[in-house]
Structure formats: C-alpha cells, structure tokens
Design a protein around this ligand. Structure first.
Ligand code: ARG
Length: 459
C-alpha cells in the first residue's frame, strides 16, 4: 500500500497497481538510489534542512537497507511501485518518522533522473572496458598470425590479397570509433539532475555544487524542466550500442562464413561452438549467429525509446518509466556480446594452409598486372581491358595467371616481359605501401600503434 494516497478515497485497483509498478525491473538501481540518497541527506544536514543526528540516522538506515538487499533479505513490494518508494518505506520502518525527512527538497522525478545517470556512467565504463577486451583479442590474433594472407573481398568476390592482420585492424578501427561515441555520451551523462525537484526546482536552500562534487558529476543541469525529462543520454547510449552491435554483427557474419567448409579459413574452438541435435558432423557457430541476431533487439530498444519520447510534453511523464527495461537489456546484451566475441576471437584457429590456397585462386593479382602495364606506359583503362581479357582467357583454360607462358601473355600485350612472373602475392602486398595500406611494414606499424592505444588508454 503506497503512502502517497492522502487525497484519495479509495485504494488503487490491483490492476492499476500491477500495471504501474516498476520495482520488478528498477530494483537493480538500488545502489545508485541509495548512494544518491546518502549524499542528499548529508547535503540537507550541511544546509540545516535536517539536523546532523537526523542525517546520521538516515544514512545508517540506508546503509543497512543496502546490506539487506545484498544479502537477499529485502522484500520488494510491487504495491510500493518502484525502487524509490520501496527503500523509503523500509527506511521509515527501520528508523521511524525521521526517515520521512529524506524526501525533503527532492522528488522522484529528479531522483530517477539521478539514478539513471549514475547507472549509465557505470554502463559506459563497462562498455568501454568490453570494447577494449575485444580489441585486445583481435590485435593478439593479428600479432600471432602476422604472416597470414587472406583474399580481401568486395561484393563477397575475391578482390586483392590482404594481410589477416590488416583485416583485424579494420575492426579495431570500428571499435575505436565506438569508444569515442561512448566517451561523447559520457559528457552528456555526467550532469547532476538532483535539485530540480518535481519540475520547477526546490524551495529549500540546497547546495547543488556539493551534491555534484560528492557524486562525482562534471556539471550541474541548467534547467529543471529539462533535467527531469531528459533521456537523451539513454538514447545516446542505445545509439552507440546499436552501432557497436552492428560492428559485432559484421565480425560475427565473417566468422560464420569463414568457419564454413566453403571458406574454411578458421576453426572455432570447441568451447565456442555448438553441435547439432541431429547431424553428428556439425560444428555450428551459434555464438557468432547470436551476436548477429541480438543486434536486432538492441536496435529495437533504441527505436522503442525514441518512440516513447516522441511528442512528450514537458516535463516528466509516466511514459518515461518505459525507458528502463529496454535500456537495461541493451546494456546487458552489449556487454555479454563483447565479452563472448572476445573469448571466441582469442581462441579461434586460423587454417593457414587454406588461406594460402585461397589467395592463389580468383585472380587476386589482376590489378597488380594492370599496374605492371601502367608502369610500362600503358594508360590504365587499356591495361584494365588487356588484363580482363587475359583473365578470361586463363579462366577458360582453367589456369592461374602464373601458369601462362610468356608467349600467351604477349598475345595480349607486347609490353609483357619475363619480369611479369615477379608479380606475386608478396609483391602485391608490399606495393600497397601507403598510410592505411596492407603492406606488411605499414601493418606492422598499425599493430604497434593499436597496442600502444590499448596500453595507454585502457578505458
Ligand atoms: N518509477 C518512476 C520512473 O521510473 C519514477 C518516477 C515517478 N514519478 C512520478 N511522478 N510518478 O519513471
């Protein structure tokens, strides 16, 4: 039974009670709720809004409630709606009337905004740590397979040879941008909303600087109406998480492809693969498929919250209670996906014989052959055409380019000489010697830079 029914003549219907309750999911905010309340009580004592002994009683009561929750002894009551009312009601039960002073100079509206910001700050730190873990796994894989060459693809057609390390470094870059997005999101999360009251501010002489400093906030919100109804920081987290999951889904898709018999580039560690209940030969990449699949729910959570917030008038509206379940799901899904992808990538086995064979097929050196003619003064467009015809001829004979005789080459252009045979996978890689290219020495440098980033900026 809620204690805020003074003006009502009837109890809430059971249906309404169940429909409006949020404690079943917002209970996970308890450490943040209690931390915020403790600082609020201390601030009130400092400002003479409550006495020092009253604040001490409140703080001790809150600490012991925290223990009760952590020991599983706390009884969450849906009829008390949310985590805030559950804790406050228990506080009054434990310390008596003075517990009722905690809610002076604040409202559940600035309280929930505070709890969510504190929670999100930790969730951002968790996301960045998780991303760093995956980056580390990718860089380690690249470092331990430095010499491995794979076909690079466009349109999922073999295109040009690239180092496996170069491919892994591409994901490192994507994840680096994800970290940047989470850091930007932190700037707009790290703002104290407490002191905004229900919507208009509070009529007590509170000290918001003190609250901000004690709770470790960078800044203080500038407008009370905005502060109680701003959920941009959740949206930004969900947007950053969606983009990050999109990146994971691309990596996951490549793992699915690469572990197939058709590609055969990798073998998943048994610990990260699953069997089929009917086909004994199967080793399935379910972890990667689920990371790919869970991307959908993370996008869904973002769309749901955008839609919930759309068109809401100022300031707080109860619709906003719907922000939590999707957000928590996104936080949990992202962290779990990052962690498992890191585990999977750090145990994956590269089948170097197969990758080596794959780069020999598919005419990956055709561009290099065209470049060869260009160096002998053939305009690139003509060179492209000559090599296209040459490739078509070779493929008709079921031959790779290095199997063709010099006479055969010369039928297509008199510019071909004996040195055409010095075009190899190695020469092709080495030629891509510009910033961002796949030349081994560039990749070596990029790997060193990535390592340095991981060491110097762990989170
Ligand atoms: N459970 C509510 C939420 O999550 C807390 C704020 C309630 N405020 C209110 N005026 N009913 O949004």
């Amino acid at each position: 039974m809620s204690q805020i029914r003074g003006r009502f003549k009837k109890e809430t219907s059971k249906l309404a009670e169940a429909y409006t309750a949020s404690v079943q999911f917002d209970k996970r905010l308890y450490p943040y709720d209690i931390a915020g309340s403790i600082v609020h009580a201390r601030m009130m004592a400092k400002q003479g809004i409550v006495t020092e002994p009253e604040a001490r009683t409140i703080v001790d009561g809150l600490n012991s409630i925290k223990e009760e929750i952590e020991q599983g002894k706390f009884k969450f009551k849906p009829e008390l709606e949310d985590i805030h009312m559950n804790i406050e009601s228990r506080l009054i039960e434990k310390v008596g009337e003075v517990g009722g002073k905690l809610h002076t100079a604040r409202s559940r509206n600035d309280q929930i905004a505070l709890d969510l910001r504190l929670f999100t700050r930790d969730a951002i730190a968790g996301a960045i740590k998780g991303i760093r873990g995956l980056q580390n796994a990718l860089i380690t894989l690249a470092e331990t397979n430095k010499g491995t060459v794979i076909p690079g693809y466009t349109h999922l057609q073999r295109a040009q040879p690239v180092l496996l390390a170069h491919h892994m470094l591409a994901y490192f870059e994507m994840l680096e941008r994800d970290i940047h997005r989470f850091r930007c999101c932190r700037q707009r999360t790290d703002i104290l909303p407490l002191g905004s009251g229900a919507l208009a501010g509070v009529s007590y002489e509170i000290d918001r600087e003190f609250l901000a400093k004690e709770l470790g906030f960078d800044r203080i919100s500038e407008n009370s109406l905005d502060a109680v109804s701003d959920r941009d920081f959740l949206l930004e987290y969900e947007a950053a998480a969606s983009i990050c999951m999109m990146h994971l889904s691309r990596l996951a898709e490549e793992i699915v492809l690469w572990s197939s018999v058709e590609f055969g580039f990798i073998e998943l560690d048994d610990a990260y693969a699953t069997g089929s209940s009917i086909m004994p030969q199967k080793k399935n990449p379910d972890v990667a498929e689920l990371a790919r699949g869970k991307t959908g729910r993370v996008y869904g959570n973002l769309m749901a919250l955008l839609t919930t917030m759309k068109g809401l008038p100022l300031s707080y509206n109860r619709d906003m209670q719907e922000d939590k379940e999707g957000f928590f799901d996104t936080v949990d899904t992202l962290l779990a996906s990052l962690e498992i992808m890191a585990g999977m990538m750090s145990t994956v086995h590269i089948k170097a014989e197969n990758t080596a064979q794959a780069v020999q097929q598919g005419y990956l050196l055709a561009t290099d052959l065209a470049d060869y003619l260009v160096k002998k003064a053939e305009p690139f467009r003509n060179a492209h055409d000559i090599v296209a015809r040459l490739v078509s001829y070779a493929s008709g004979q079921d031959k790779t380019l290095d199997m063709l005789s010099l006479e055969a080459y010369k039928q297509f252009s008199p510019l071909f000489e004996e040195d055409v045979y010095s075009i190899t996978v190695e020469s092709s890689l080495a030629a891509r010697d510009n910033i961002g290219g796949t030349a081994p020495k560039r990749v070596e440098q990029a790997l060193a830079n990535a390592r340095k980033t991981l060491e110097e900026s762990p989170a």
